[in-house]
Design a binder for this molecule. Structure first.
Ligand code: PEP
Length: 252
């Protein structure tokens, strides 16, 4: 039985004062959470704040990116071991904004994944097609290519414990959510692809949906058999909404 995971992706939002209000609200709202997991992935400068507020709470924390290198002369970069220093459990890898705005290729994503996994972080590996790719009928090819790049780099053992986030690019931050059926079809495809690598891995891997998940649509999405929670952007910036989405995961 897979436990659902709801993770917030704050993106480049926040400030010390507003974070405190948000984190306190999330902790208060999720007190006693069982049967589902919750986490927030915050900008690097706020990892210490997240650690201070969230330790000993049911909410884990993580980062939104990491370097493809372990250490060295890489000005401005942050390594996997640095994230571990701040108690991160999760790190988002290959978000579509990183792929499209910062030119992260499948090969770069695979490198980042390797370092995250080696450091004991749980990678949240994002995959998903653009609107043009969906309209051209190549959703499965795109998702398979993104997934295979990592699977080939790390093998079945390296995929163990990872989280995959299916995020159709056309649904991120647009208010357009994939229907539960559309999302389920791609989630089942991803799980099938993992099954070709290892049947147990496929059954155990948490596959989140991301793309305009809100309190109003979370329960329906999370009710689908292969949707194991969500990666939440905009709605994770409002404690009440994020808490409601986590509670929907708990109830489904
Ligand atoms: C995201 O950024 O990963 C995301 C899913 O954003 P939103 O929920 O705002 O669509």
């Amino acid at each position: 039985m897979r436990e659902k995971l709801v993770a917030g992706n704050w993106k480049m939002h926040g400030g010390l004062a507003e974070n405190k209000v948000l984190l306190d609200g999330v902790v208060a709202g999720l007190s006693g959470l069982t049967g589902a997991k919750a986490a927030v992935c915050v900008p690097y400068p706020y990892l210490f704040q997240a650690q201070s507020v969230l330790q000993n709470s049911p909410v884990a924390w993580g980062a939104q990116n990491l370097s493809e290198h372990a250490k060295g002369a890489y000005t401005g970069e942050v390594s996997a071991s640095m994230l571990k220093d701040f108690g991160c459990q999760y790190v988002i890898i290959g978000h579509s904004e990183r792929r499209s705005l910062y030119g992260e290729t499948d090969a770069v994503v695979a490198h980042k994944y390797k370092w995250a996994h080696a450091a004991g972080l749980v990678p949240i590996l994002c995959v998903g097609e653009s609107l043009a790719e969906r309209e051209n009928g190549v959703t499965e090819q795109v998702v398979a290519r993104q997934l295979d790049a990592v699977v080939h780099a790390v093998g079945a053992a390296g995929m163990k414990g990872a989280v995959i986030a299916y995020e159709p690019v056309w649904a991120i931050g647009t208010g357009k959510t994939a229907t539960p059926e559309q999302a389920q079809a791609v989630h089942a495809f991803i799980r099938g692809r993992l099954r070709e690598v290892d049947a147990e891995l496929a059954e155990k891997t948490v596959i989140q949906y991301g793309g305009s998940v809100k309190a109003a649509n979370a329960a329906e999405l999370f009710g689908m058999p292969d949707i194991d929670g969500g990666l939440i952007g905009g709605a994770s910036l409002h404690a009440e909404d994020f808490v409601a989405i986590c509670r929907a995961a708990q109830a489904s």
